[in-house]
Design a protein around this ligand. Sequence first.
Ligand code: NDP
Length: 457
Amino acid sequence: MAPARDEGHRRPTDEVAATLREVWRDVLRRDPDQPQFRGAVREVLGSIGPVLAEHPELAEVLGRLCEPERQVVFRVPWVDDAGRARVNRGFRVQFSSALGPYKGGLRFVPGLTLDVVKFLGFEQVFKNALTGQDLGGGKGGADFAAKDASPGEVMRFCQSYATELAAHVGSWTDVPAGDMGVGPREVGWMLGQYRRLVGHDDPGALTGKPAALGGSALRPEATGYGVVYFLARMLAEQGRDLDGARVVVSGSGNVALHAMDKLVAAGATVVGCSDSRGSVAEPGGVDVEALRETKDGGGSVADYAEGRADASTSSGSVFTQECDVALPCATQNEIGPEEARRLVENGCWAVVEGANGPVTPAARTILREGKVGFGPGKAANAGGVAVSALEMQQAAGREQWSAEEVDDRLGTIMAEVHDRARDAGERYFDDPADYEHGANAAAFRRVAEAVERLGVV
Ligand code: NDP
């Protein structure tokens, strides 16, 4: 496969280009049934030609980077409230430990596949590298419908999942956190079972814990806040700011709601929101507290909109609404070509990914051609893992930092993530606004150098 953006830029040697093609062929041969993972690999391979032109010695690590170090797939048996035995499939993919312990969240959603977990794990390796912290990359989860289960069922499920997980995690080995369907409550239950099994306390073995168990201040808020810090810095490069901006946000979960809080604090108006059941347009501005209360009570965005004079509901995408900024914060593949075209037509300034992989490759091309700024999730949503690393630091030092201190550090890390992506965009693609290729190039360089220096292991 040829690197995507080589014209007018340094080209890798023929030998390096042949290595790229060989790695790509191996991915296709080994995982023909994993389109999400393939897409993630293709995107990175398409961004690193200019890095390899400068550092041809890094080409030989590509094969190792595209194959996870370890993949664990396991049975998760549990008993539901009716006393019936149930079984789900659990995953933990330990992708790369070149920069530190495997680090990445656990996702409990129906239909989760190894393909999705590998795609997320591969992304995580590069995201973690971009933070500048010493973290490897991994991801895990189960095809378990956490949001449809009772608290008792979720606890039994978490305990069963952690029974297998315990064999693989630890503060110097692999440090999972939450993701979709997994919040502090679930992390606490998994930590409880883990402690019983290993027979000692290891508070750095899981992050995203409840505060009572040593969870960091602002860990729940970190991803959403970080997205907005990244966005604000990106808009500043365009000579714009968030004051008065109209923003649509998809999802009404952890990332989306905390991003909305920060947007409103920065003077923006959230004019549209959504969840898995539909979307809402509210030109006067979504009341984030009222939305949070409805969601916490088990309601939908449509329930929130009921009785609100300015709000209208739809079963369609939130991204067809007029806006200055779009923040997809729900799940993968939310913005396809149709939504991207509408965003271009509506004069949107920027699309920044709070979720992992919400904008499809075809949609990204349309946004680029339409001159809409694009902040890739790999960079923009790195705030969650960054504060997880701060939680590991606090656990190691038996410390608890204040929310102000964590927020300060988060702000600095997000500024650095932004600048690394921007600077690599400028250096390798002559375009500081090309965060997509810039993020991949900067992250690849850091991980690949570590892999190369470790030797063939
Ligand atoms: P949550 O489970 O808290 O929230 C997910 C939200 O997305 C829910 O409101 C859900 O709807 C909604 N949703 C799910 N599918 C769709 C869909 N097809 N269309 C519209 N809305 C949908 O997850 P998080 O907020 O933690 O994670 C969201 C994204 O951010 C994921 O891609 C995750 O990997 C990524 N991310 C999360 C991090 C974190 O720290 N939590 C860190 C970095 C990335 P409903 O309410 O109806 O269930």
